[in-house]
Write a protein that binds this ligand. Structure first.
Ligand SMILES: [Mg+2]
Length: 258
């Protein structure tokens, strides 16, 4: 039986799955179109909070994938909504797209000088992270603010080697602030819960398709949905065999889902 027949809804990872470093994976757009023609529901999910859902939907359309902003769930948006529950003022360490998500979730943004008045601190990757941001977040946390972050990834593979990831920035904030963050992106449950709510398919008929063993596959297992590893990103078949949890299916590429 083809893998796609086991599921009615799919969470589709973007980087390493639909595109790799900006280049579309050959056959990805055709495979996604054929899933939709067969009545499957799709939501695109990413731990990258540097682009908004609207920007990512635009990038998907550029490579031939039909997508509206409502079809894309970023860890930034998921984290912003979680941070906004019962809170009013946020100090944000992150890219402009994350700051917009936090405002759209209903929180007021605190400037660094007013960070001690924030009731939540939200952390994600941005290359301008510096000591003054760390100082502002530290003041907020010691004044009682809660702490949320998109993920805990230590580093990012880049063409010239590894760059520090969100987890590296978060480690500094947690250490100075004396508080541990609630993580809302993959592999934690918040992103999966919001994605399942958007798909409306039952967990046992839903699967995540992604290239990350620790983010996509582990998160899928935690959310009790199916998991499909694609080998167009970082993971190899040998690593998939050794992984815990192991993916339910391993495909060379998302194109094989057609
Ligand atoms: Mg990926």
């Amino acid at each position: 039986m083809p893998v796609a027949d086991s599921y009615d809804g799919f969470l589709i990872d973007l980087d390493g799955t639909v595109w790799v470093g900006g280049e579309p994976v050959p056959g990805a757009a055709a495979a996604l179109a054929s899933l939709r023609r067969a009545g499957r529901r799709l939501v695109f999910v990413t731990n990258d909070s540097r682009s908004s859902a609207a920007e990512l939907a635009g990038r998907l359309r550029e490579i031939g994938v039909d997508a509206d902003p409502e079809d894309v769930l970023t860890a930034g948006a998921v984290t912003a909504r979680a941070a906004a529950r019962g809170r009013r003022r946020a100090y944000v360490i992150g890219a402009p797209a994350l700051k917009r998500e936090v405002e759209e979730a209903g929180l007021d943004l605190c400037p660094p000088a007013g960070a001690a008045g924030a009731d939540t601190v939200v952390v994600a990757l941005h290359p301008g992270f510096d000591y003054s941001e760390l100082r502002a977040a530290t003041r907020a946390l010691h004044a009682g603010a809660s702490l949320f972050a998109t993920n805990r990834e230590p580093s990012l593979p880049m063409p010239d080697g590894h760059w520090p990831g969100t987890g590296a920035i978060l480690a500094a904030v947690e250490f100075a602030g004396g508080r541990r963050a609630t993580i809302c992106g993959k592999p934690e449950h918040e992103l999966f819960e919001q994605a399942l709510a958007r798909l409306g398919t039952p967990a046992e008929r839903t699967a995540i398709v992604g290239d990350g063993l620790r983010s996509d596959i582990a998160g899928g297992a935690g959310a009790r949905i199916g998991s499909i590893l694609v080998l167009t990103g970082n993971a190899t078949r040998a690593e998939a065999d050794e992984a815990d949890p192991v993916p339910d299916h391993v495909l060379e590429s998302i194109a094989e889902l057609a």
